[in-house]
Design a protein around this ligand. Structure first.
Ligand SMILES: *Cc1c(COP(=O)(O)O)cnc(C)c1O
Length: 361
């Protein structure tokens, strides 16, 4: 079976000596490997101030807290995402308020965001769903004009660009995930990206019980809540080894995505998910819009290819019932959606086989 998602580990010959060195160094918790990974990750992907955490979800929680989101606040968000995006809003004690997504992109509809903002809106959460950048120029403009912080969930979008720059730079905060099946994994882990570097110390205290590292524990005074959200040297060592080999991996996701975009552009019964001209997706998974997504899914299963909708729109979960509202764009997008494999493990022959099977109907 060709899977929809797959775990990538660096070459054994490179990873194992690096892992062994850190495992027996006597320093396995947060330390130099973490700080080096933060610097090298930021440099590699052209990001600004990076603070690594134990997960993308922890990074989202930190982003919301640093954005000033407090219990009872509203956060305008998308239901078309993995659950961590909206769970983190609950961690902050806030309430997700759904804005609709565009039926042909699956990302936030700026008009709906505009309409959904109230005087209780404390942040806007945007997701570059499946690796397709959302309409960042419009969303940034709306956020700035209303004075509301914008948070970018880039968990699916490592290597994606918008306006010629990496995603994660336009928002006031952004996060990446290094969970097992993302473009790049450290087994588990995440990164918070800060637009304002003066929040660095606050972010670091947030990930470590409210304590400043390197200050004598007996003297330090905790002023605000902090969590156990640090990255450790072991996972950071995996991250450092991944960085050396990540470029061709992301390039393959992009090449496969561009191939599908060309092939499905004129094919009856199918349409590639749309994106703006300013956007360059990193196609974590490919979003294909089908007249009959169930039939397409069955056809691909016949040739040993895993395809699915992968996520459940978050508004359908009971825990978010209080946020319920009509979302016609989401309903249409989700009905037509089928994710097909697009990553580094999909070779030329496989992608041609997928296209041919769907063309035959
Ligand atoms: C994976 C993911 C996250 C973060 O997940 P972690 O497993 O906590 O690293 C956040 N948002 C989205 C959209 C994701 O897919």
């Amino acid at each position: 079976m060709i899977p929809l998602v797959k775990v990538l580990m660096p070459d054994k010959a490179i990873l194992m000596p690096a892992l062994e060195a850190v495992l027996y160094s006597g320093m396995v918790a947060e330390g130099e490997s973490v700080y080096r990974f933060e610097r090298e990750f930021a440099r590699h992907f052209g990001l600004t101030t990076v603070v690594c955490m134990s997960s993308g979800t922890a990074s989202l929680h930190a982003a919301l807290a640093l954005a000033g989101v407090r219990p009872g606040d509203e956060v305008v968000s998308t239901p078309m995402t993995a659950e961590p995006t909206n769970m983190a809003i609950l961690y902050a004690g806030a309430v997700p308020v759904w804005a609709d997504v565009e039926a042909d992109t699956g990302t936030l509809d700026p008009r709906s965001v505009q309409e959904t903002i109230t005087e209780r809106t404390a942040a806007i959460m945007v997701v570059h769903y499946a690796g397709y950048p959302a309409r960042m120029d419009e969303l940034s403009r709306i956020a700035a004009s209303r004075g509301i912080p914008l948070i970018e969930d880039c968990a699916h979008a490592l290597g994606a660009e918008y306006g010629g720059k990496p995603v994660g730079l336009q928002g006031d905060f952004s996060i990446f995930s290094f969970q097992a099946i993302k473009h790049m994994t450290t087994v588990d882990g995440g990164a918070l990206v800060l637009k304002d570097p003066s929040q660095l110390d606050e972010a670091k205290r947030f990930r470590w019980f409210g304590l400043a590292k390197g200050v004598a524990r007996t003297n330090v005074d905790i002023k605000a809540i902090g969590y156990k959200y640090n990255m450790n040297n072991v996972t950071a060592a995996i991250g450092l080894a991944q960085l050396d080999a990540i470029d061709p991996i992301i390039a393959r996701h992009k090449a496969n995505g561009a191939y599908y975009d060309r092939e499905f552009a004129g094919m009856g019964g199918f349409k590639p998910a749309r994106f703006e001209a300013a956007a360059s997706p990193s196609y974590w998974i490919y979003s294909l819009l089908c007249d009959d997504s169930e039939d397409a899914c069955r056809s691909l299963a016949e040739i040993g290819v895993e395809a699915s909708k992968l996520h459940r729109p978050n508004n359908l979960h009971s825990i978010f019932a209080g946020s319920s509202r009509e979302l016609p764009g989401l309903d249409r997008f989700y009905r037509r959606l089928l994710h097909i494999p697009c990553g580094w493990w999909v070779d030329d022959e496989t992608r041609e086989k997928i296209v041919e099977r769907l063309r035959r109907g």
